[in-house]
Ligand binder design. Structure first.
Ligand code: ADP
Ligand code: MG
Length: 346
């Protein structure tokens, strides 16, 4: 039978997107300035995420993949000042239950010597072997959902679409992460390796956008900088997985910075699928906000949906913890007011 651990893990890691999101966020949390994401057969065979971050300390090898182990949160109070992506210690433990999973890691102080760590499906450390490893960590996830046959078959069936979604998410991380070189590639069985995109540790998001989407896409972009005043009723945004405010001093101002395509009627084809949304520089899905942008452009007779790179800056004290498994989805309290305010602002 299937263990409780396997079933719960399938609720944290729901698809290819959640695998990649969790691993890239771990690399960013480790202070990496270079992250390389390598897919084999679009991720069906393997997903490897290599970074040049802080590495894993030998004293953590035993615990790293245990459920609820995290090095990022010492006390519950830290939740209110949390600046890392992760804090629940569920990703690695879930991946152990759902794939053939291993890590190689080395710290700078150890020089080129590193360790290969293999785990049992429970997350317990199975073996440690010495290996040559560059500074940083490489996490390898092979045959994701190997023991959840229905989910595995679904993934195989929809792999092109899922892979496209994953690349979209990676592009969002690549664009928002200034000072980080992020690259992605895919290797088909017996085929050659294709580099999907690669940024260059650029200081600005604009340069990242050029690296990811090409100079032409960035040509017609306007800088976006809006300040929206919100009604005092309730929190402007309800954020999943982020610290909860302990007071009722909800922020009443939302600032939106980024880039949008120039609203010119009849201009050549804009990239309809190039819309990225962030809350405090954290990539997330905001479908209603996307709709609002599209509607504004439509109202000016621009039929092609715009390029949007929009980072919502919100006072961190007004966040609310939502223990939803899909940490990408963000719900808006007072959504109608925000959207109205956004539309008139645009
Ligand atoms: P969380 O990110 O919530 O702490 P995870 O299961 O994602 O939980 O990771 C568990 C722990 O493994 C992290 O707290 C961190 O100490 C370590 N870790 C994971 N990935 C990396 C990495 N790429 N570099 C360094 N440490 C890592
Ligand atoms: Mg994590």
């Amino acid at each position: 039978g299937r263990s409780v651990h396997q079933i719960q893990s399938g609720q944290v890691i729901v698809d290819l997107c959640s695998v990649v999101k969790e691993l890239v966020e771990n690399s960013l949390d480790a202070g990496a300035t270079a992250i390389d994401v390598r897919f084999k057969n679009h991720g069906l065979e393997a997903i490897e995420v290599q970074d040049n971050g802080a590495g894993i300390a030998p004293e953590d090898y035993e615990t790293i993949a245990l459920k609820h182990y995290t090095s990022k949160l010492k006390t519950y109070d830290d939740l209110s000042t949390l600046s890392t992506f992760g804090f629940r210690g569920e990703a690695l433990s879930s991946l152990c239950a759902l794939s053939d999973f291993y890590i190689t890691t080395a710290r700078v102080v150890d020089g080129p010597r590193g360790a290969k760590l293999e785990f049992e499906s429970s997350g317990k450390l199975k073996s440690t072997s010495m290996t040559a490893s560059p500074k940083g960590t490489t996490v390898v996830v092979e045959r994701i959902f190997k023991n959840l046959p229905v989910r595995r078959r679904e993934l195989e069936k929809n792999i092109k679409r899922e892979y496209g979604k994953v690349i979209g998410i990676l592009q969002a991380y690549a664009c928002i992460s200034s000072g980080v070189k992020l690259s992605a590639s895919n290797q088909m069985p017996k085929g050659k390796k294709t580099v999907v995109f690669s940024t260059r540790a650029n200081p600005t998001t604009k340069e990242n956008i050029i690296n990811v989407y090409g100079a032409k896409a960035a040509l017609g972009l306007l800088a976006l900088d809006l300040k929206l005043e919100m009604q005092p009723s309730g929190l402007p945004l309800h954020l999943s997985s982020l610290p909860k405010s302990d007071g009722d001093n909800a922020s009443r101002q939302v600032r939106i910075v980024g880039h949008v395509s120039r609203p010119v009627v009849g201009e050549g084809r804009q990239a309809a699928d190039r819309q990225m949304f962030f809350v405090n520089s954290r990539p997330c899905a905001l479908p209603q906000v996307a709709k609002a942008f599209n509607e504004v452009y439509k109202s000016y007779n621009i039929t092609q949906s715009p390029f949007v790179f929009a980072d919502f800056k919100i006072d961190t004290n007004s966040y609310d913890v939502n223990v939803s498994p899909d940490k990408r989805t963000i719900m808006l309290h007072d959504q109608a007011a925000l959207l109205e305010s956004l539309k008139s602002g645009l």
